[in-house]
Design a protein around this ligand. Structure first.
Ligand code: DQQ
Length: 539
């Protein structure tokens, strides 16, 4: 297969060729991070799924290994779908994954263990003969019964896992318990379920430290007075949401907080192209890290022609915001080792219509951190009450970067051609609603490419930002990587990732601008932008 270089990423996780989807079973073991992922070894479309495997000492440089888990037994003959790793006491990793056993997509849960614990890379995995460990009970939809989580240990010394699924249109996370990790019993009730949300994929469930504490907690930490996170990927809408809530470990009851909407309008780790995400606890740095998959937004024919499809986004540290109402996310600090040439700006006032080019860095492959300030909020435009039921993405479609406003739109024009024939703006607009200010953050792909092929997806991704405007500042970080625009608003309160395919704004012909299209003057308090190097080793 010949592989198209154009639009391949410079520093995101990508194999040499072919299709990838969900990140699987990440864990840390004896100095190495392990990442597995859904992979088609035969082509650039979904199919023939195996667990590809790479290891890294720093989450940035990756050593590719042979697929760790691939169809070979009756209990996974038709595919090895998503799952998670648990490091059992005594430092013994075990993987739980979903096996497909027939042409009807019947799903069972299997385990695999390293063949040789003294191999630092844990290359070879064994699937013992007592698999499958779990099959769907009578009455449970066995084609929506998959994606086991990392296990956690309760005070009763029983292990617990969740599986995603549904009962008709009610999405649910089934709870299973085991004393020995081999014999699993289904709990009477699912840990959680929500009518009308359809099938749940790739559930995730873990405790978080107290408000504002950036440390992570191991899945088995008894967090009685603290909070847990329950995340699901919605098969029907192809995006995810999470709730924060309380978990009663004795009763195995999870109750979402009132401040977390528990439906498809809920809080999202990413308001863009991000799916099947999975977290793990990193004991070496005492943090919890999230991985998310970003699919291509071109058409399947384009992927076949390119010879590749799918990336993993930059792993993010996550923790509970000091307001206790949402998670915060930030690219892992190791990413900063790839920063090269730097440009710094400070105290640059921008009037309405101003557009300042950030010159001297590789704008197609960059990391930008900028803080904007404004004198007051008086010019915030009214939030049209008729938008009350619209989501942020629809508001952004009405009020893009080129529609002039009051306080905003201001932000970055990324992957821009010289005369803005193509660009992907990432920006803020501040609105005044009846009782409060509403900050909209958009990453608008509508003008990202002059090409407009059938099947291309160029949405006006957006989310609201629950930012504290008291200090009259808004900050933005964007990671630009040829076909990736991955952005973090207000210190990681609202994040969104997008895949775009410019035709002019490529390599050296890509530009980066800072712009203000609002009547209020906005000042670039500080801006730091770096050229990003390639990792020394990327698969
Ligand atoms: N992808 C896997 C499934 C999972 C889905 C199959 C989510 O296990 O539910 O490749 O993207």
């Amino acid at each position: 297969v010949s592989v198209q270089k154009l639009h391949r990423t410079g520093y995101h996780f990508q194999p040499k060729k072919h299709w990838i989807n969900d990140p699987n079973g990440p864990f840390y073991f004896n100095g190495y991070y392990h990442l597995f992922y859904q992979y088609n070894p035969k082509g650039a479309v979904w199919g023939n799924i195996v667990w590809a495997h790479s290891v890294s000492k720093d989450l940035i440089n990756w050593i590719p290994l042979e697929p760790a888990i691939f169809p070979s037994k009756p209990f996974d003959k038709y595919g090895c779908w998503s799952g998670s790793a648990t490091v059992l006491p005594g430092n013994k990793p075990v993987i739980l994954y979903t096996g497909i056993i027939d042409k009807n997509n019947t799903q069972v849960q299997n385990y695999a263990v390293p063949a040789n614990l003294s191999d630092p890379y844990l290359r070879e995995w064994i699937k013992p003969d007592n698999n499958p460990l779990i099959v769907a009970e009578k009455g449970v939809n066995k084609t929506a019964f998959r994606d086991p989580t990392t296990a956690w240990l309760g005070a009763d010394k029983q292990w617990r896992i969740l599986l995603g699924g549904r009962n008709k249109d009610t999405g649910m996370s089934f709870l299973y318990k085991s004393k020995d990790f081999m014999k699993w019993n289904k709990a009477e009730k699912p840990l959680h379920s929500v009518a009308g949300t359809g099938n749940w994929e790739c559930p995730d469930f873990f405790p978080v430290a107290e408000k504002g504490n950036k440390n992570g907690l191991d899945a088995s930490t008894n967090n009685k007075n603290g909070k847990h996170v329950h995340k699901v990927s919605l098969d029907a809408t192809r995006y995810e949401y999470y709730t924060l809530g309380s978990y009663n470990a004795e009763k195995d009851e999870y109750v979402p907080d009132k401040t977390s909407p528990d439906n498809w309008k809920g809080l999202r780790l990413d308001y863009g192209n991000f799916y099947a995400s999975k977290s793990f606890f990193d004991p070496s740095k005492n943090r919890r890290i999230y991985w998310g998959w970003a699919n291509e937004s071109d058409a399947a024919e384009d992927d076949v022609r390119k010879g590749w499809a799918g990336i993993q986004l930059i792993p993010r540290r996550i923790w509970l915001d000091s307001n206790g109402k949402q998670l915060l996310q930030w690219p892992v600090e190791e990413l900063e080792t790839l920063r090269g040439k730097k440009i710094h700006l400070s105290d640059v006032a921008m009037k309405k219509g101003d557009k300042i080019e950030v010159k001297g860095i590789t704008a197609a492959q960059a990391d930008i951190e900028v803080t904007f300030s404004f004198p007051n909020l008086d010019k915030a435009e009214p939030f049209d009450p008729s938008w009350a039921n619209l989501d942020a993405q629809d508001v952004c479609a009405k009020k893009g970067s080129f529609v002039h406003g009051g306080l905003g739109p201001f932000g970055l024009a990324t992957l821009a051609s010289q005369n803005l024939e193509e660009y992907t703006p990432v920006f803020f607009r501040v609105f005044k609603a009846a009782d409060k200010y509403k900050v909209l953050m958009c990453s608008d792909a509508r003008k990202s490419s002059l090409k407009n092929e059938k099947g291309w997806y160029k949405p006006s991704f957006a989310g609201f930002v629950d930012a504290d405007l008291a200090d009259k500042k808004l900050s933005l970080r964007s990671l630009i990587d040829n076909s990736v625009v991955e952005s973090f608003g207000a210190g990681g309160k609202t994040c969104m990732s997008s895949r775009v395919y410019p035709t002019l704004a490529i390599y050296k012909n890509a530009h980066l601008y800072v712009f203000n299209n609002g009547t209020e003057t906005v000042t670039i308090k500080t801006l730091d932008a770096w050229s990003m190097r390639r990792p020394k080793q990327m698969n």
